[in-house]
Design a protein around this ligand. Sequence first.
Ligand code: ZN
Length: 314
Amino acid sequence: MTRIYTPATRLDDDLWLLDLNFQGEPGVIASYLITGPQGHTLIETGPGSTLNALEHAVSAAGARLEDVTQLVVTHIHLDHAGAAGALLRRVPEARLLVHPVGAPHMIDPSRLIRSATRIYGDRMDVLWGAFEPCPAERVTLLADGQIVTCGWRTLRALHTPGHAWHHIAFHDASGDLLFTGDVGGVRIPGAHIVRPPTPPPDIDVEAWHASIDRMLALAPKHLLMTHFGRFDDPERHLGELRRRLDEWTEWVRQRLELGDDADAIAQSLRERNDADVVRDTSDATLAVAYELATPSRMTVDGLARYVTKRYPRP
Ligand SMILES: [Zn+2]
């Protein structure tokens, strides 16, 4: 099966799924465009490296980047918010909306860039591109319960920690939509498998459970995921996310107890994942997209950090 790159897919009159074609792979990183007469909203900006793809996708949706007035991000990780600073520079009318705990790192991203560089080294630029600072006066803080008006829609911010402490999901009650960011997991179009993205440093399994409960309680009809796209089986999807999060946490805990190192654990996780994808879809190429959206080594590092904190060795 060939995976086809479609820059913009219309989900509703005023709502578009944009594919940022991350590293030349379709269906890995999404942004959502909500159009409105007073200006458009982007939910997630993607990383700096996909800024051109974002602009291309916005125009494929029949809109102009210049008419974007709000950049809403679920959290500040590079694949979700990396392009925000560059976009604010390009579009002087736009503002960034972000959780108060994430905001300082958008205004001064030096710590964020330093820790990402420690992880990605010389692949930093190819993967993520530039992360420009956001001017403080153009950042709006978005706490739990706050309403964001986007054209005809209103989104309610849901503080949903677990993947990142400052993570927000967005609920659109009128459309039964939930923009999940990463707290809703990773699922590639064409597959059923839902993986928990668990990079360091914030993974908190208990908080993640509470966030899943909170999302389920809203009984949305559709999940709009950053990795990737719309899925219409929220209950099964979030149930599987919860189950796999627990299963992987326990598995990493056991492997660490046996004395295995992160490389070895990540290697077996990758093999397991690839086999799961082939079983689910008989399409090995989807495994590449899963690995790009949530690399095995990150998954193991984040869970190892959580497990070590949660179950200290005597
Ligand atoms: Zn992500």
